[in-house]
Design a protein around this ligand. Structure first.
Ligand code: ZN
Length: 323
């Protein structure tokens, strides 16, 4: 666990990932669905309040591309004379530390922002970044979700419509090529995956792929059924990410250790497929959600993947919903 990760979700003097681990230990890793709901209810507030004090950690990759870790989803930055391009906006409360980190890279102004999808931990900072001068580009479904009030059922949270400045002014449906700072940035819609608006962002010259939340490195992912996500769509997107990369590609996941590779991505894909099959088998036999959670269909993977925000019972529930 990196120092940044250790503090990432802490609040009221304790740390959510440690709390998760403690809960995991105390219950053998298994919560009832109502306990899962109770834990999930305040995830949004927890993430927001933590971002208010979390440090921003910078990882320089190659060809003027860097990653900022510590404000919601991992933020990629491409610097250059056309102005900085950011992939995802993080949490608004991180603004001073993001400004500081960006200034340490170069004096280029912030001119371009691309959202990988609509979730608040990737788009909360849209408004201030737009105020700094960034134009915002995203998939058309991302704009749709940001424009209206949006409930995420599995977080039991209602998001209000975003302010005008936070709404992407440019959208696309299938793919888009952006030429900026002498680099080619290729955007591609996954189809419904983690939400119904996820896109991949490929820095083609640098051979770096930002997957948004279709890939969580070393931790169980969230899947947002409220806005079109599903386990099968998530697996389809993982396959697309494998097809789009080689052993040389640097892969930036939406969450988890921010500098990843195809081997780790392959482990993620295999984990999704195995757990999907386990849960589908139990559900086909007529097991209820509670019975399926009690059968521990994720057990072989929990030590590695279940130590963070989405714990084994929560992830089982997300998979059960879609099989
Ligand atoms: Zn997300």
């Amino acid at each position: 666990m990196t120092p940044a990760r250790r503090h990432f979700f802490s609040r009221r003097g304790f740390c959510l990932c440690c709390l998760g681990s403690a809960t995991f230990a105390a219950t053998g890793g298994w919560l009832t669905p109502s306990q899962v709901f109770a834990e999930a209810r305040n995830l949004v507030d927890l993430i927001r309040s933590e971002a208010a004090k979390a440090p921003i950690k910078m990882h320089k990759l190659r060809s003027n591309v860097s990653v900022l870790e510590g404000s919601g989803g991992n933020i990629a930055v491409l610097t250059g004379s056309d102005g900085k391009l950011l992939i995802d906006a993080g949490i608004t409360a991180s603004r001073p530390r993001i400004v500081e980190a960006l200034a340490s890279l170069s004096s280029d102004p912030i001119k371009h922002l691309i959202n990988t999808h609509w979730h608040f931990d990737h788009a909360d900072g849209n408004e201030w970044l737009h105020g700094e001068g960034a134009t915002i580009l995203a998939h058309e479904n991302t704009r749709k979700h940001l424009t209206i009030a949006q409930r995420v059922e599995d977080w039991k949270f209602d998001f209000p419509p975003s302010p005008f400045g936070a709404i992407p002014s440019d959208v696309f449906a299938a793919d888009r090529i952006v030429k900026v700072n002498g680099s080619t940035v290729a955007l591609k819609y996954y189809g419904p995956a983690h939400t119904d608006g996820d896109i991949s962002v490929a820095f083609t010259d640098a051979d770096i792929l930002h997957t948004g939340d279709t890939y969580w490195n070393g931790i169980y992912p969230f899947i947002d059924y409220s806005t079109g996500g599903s386990i099968d769509g998530s697996i389809h997107a993982a396959d697309a990410n494998l097809a789009a990369t080689t052993d040389r590609t640097i892969i930036i996941p939406g969450h988890g250790r921010p500098v990843s590779n195809r081997s780790e991505l392959n482990d993620f894909r295999d984990m999704l497929v195995a757990i999907r099959d386990n849960v589908a088998t139990l559900k086909k036999r007529g097991r209820s959600l509670d019975e399926t959670i009690a059968a521990k269909p994720t057990a072989a993977y929990d030590a590695k993947w279940g130590q963070f925000l989405i714990n084994p019972a929560f992830f089982t529930r997300l998979v059960y919903e879609g099989v």
